[in-house]
Design a binder for this molecule. Structure first.
Ligand SMILES: NC(=O)c1ccc[n+]([C@@H]2O[C@H](COP(=O)([O-])OP(=O)(O)OC[C@H]3O[C@@H](n4cnc5c(N)ncnc54)[C@H](OP(=O)(O)O)[C@@H]3O)[C@@H](O)[C@H]2O)c1
Length: 239
């Protein structure tokens, strides 16, 4: 799918990778970018970016918010499930509420938003891009709660790839490594700029590559996983 002339919804567009997606999509000639954010301040800022940006208030954990958002979307070719939460750290030390909060955004939020967008995506024979992570494939104990929620989102992605595929909708997934955003601000490690990740993930969509590894760490770890999934588990156990 080529972005030029298309209508695209990006969840979690206030900052980080989501904001980078908005910029990359505009550069590629998107006709309309429905850029969603939770706060009025962020939607106001998004409105000022470009006339093609339609800012929409959206909390993906709130089904009333999803319903109110979707009626503002008149046509849709691509849904980017980018909104994400990382508050579930060690499974032993995190509260149940924290782990549930990650599942609410990373699994349920992405699934509920996809279902709400489905009639429009079926009409356009469009696509979904789910922002997953390397820790969807192998858990990292220090962020075990987040990892579990993203593993669930990976499983959901695979199931929807079949079910949505039968309806003419293609499901893409990207599996970044460490990206330089607020989400992992406190982690000291090499990180890729969000613009690079957004650009590479969109390149993969335009090339028809359904699973993409959009940064150097992702490419290396993804190759390890393809060679032997236990290699990635062992690699992450030592981080
Ligand atoms: N950073 C990384 O190293 C990394 C690596 C692999 C994958 N990812 C994935 O990439 C995606 C983007 O991450 P990021 O690094 O850009 O994170 P980020 O900088 O923390 O931004 C997260 C975005 O998600 C939004 N969001 C959070 N909860 C939401 C909710 N309930 N409803 C709607 N929006 C919500 C935030 O909105 P507010 O501004 O309102 O909080 C923000 O726009 C996530 O799915 C993440 O899991 C990130």
């Amino acid at each position: 799918m080529f972005v030029e002339g298309k209508s695209i919804l990006v969840s979690g567009a206030s900052r980080g990778i989501g904001r980078a997606f908005v910029e990359v999509l505009l550069e590629r000639g998107a006709r309309r970018v429905f850029a969603t954010a939770r706060s009025a301040e962020d939607t106001e800022q998004l409105a000022a970016v470009d006339v093609r940006v339609r800012p929409i208030r959206l909390d993906v954990t709130d089904r009333a918010s999803i319903s109110a958002a979707i009626v503002q979307v008149e046509g849709l070719d691509l849904l980017i499930n980018n909104a994400g939460s990382l508050v579930g750290y060690s499974l032993l030390e995190s509260s149940r509420d924290a782990i549930e909060a990650d599942f609410a955004v990373n699994f349920w939020g992405a699934l509920d938003l996809t279902k709400a967008c489905l009639p429009r995506l079926e009409a356009s024979k469009g696509a979904v891009l789910n922002m997953l992570t390397l820790v969807s494939m192998a858990s990292m104990a220090a962020i075990g709660g987040y990892s579990a929620s993203k593993a669930a989102a990976w499983s959901m992605t695979q199931a929807l790839r079949k079910e949505l595929g039968d309806r003419g909708v293609t499901v893409f997934a990207a599996y970044p490594g460490a990206v330089d955003t607020d989400m992992i601000r406190s982690f000291e490690m090499d990180k890729t700029p969000p613009r690079v990740v957004a650009k590479n993930a969109i390149d993969a969509v335009e090339a028809g590559t359904v699973d993409s590894f959009p940064d150097p760490m992702a490419k290396q770890a993804g190759a390890a996983w393809l060679n032997n999934p236990r290699d990635l588990e062992a690699m992450f156990a030592n981080m």
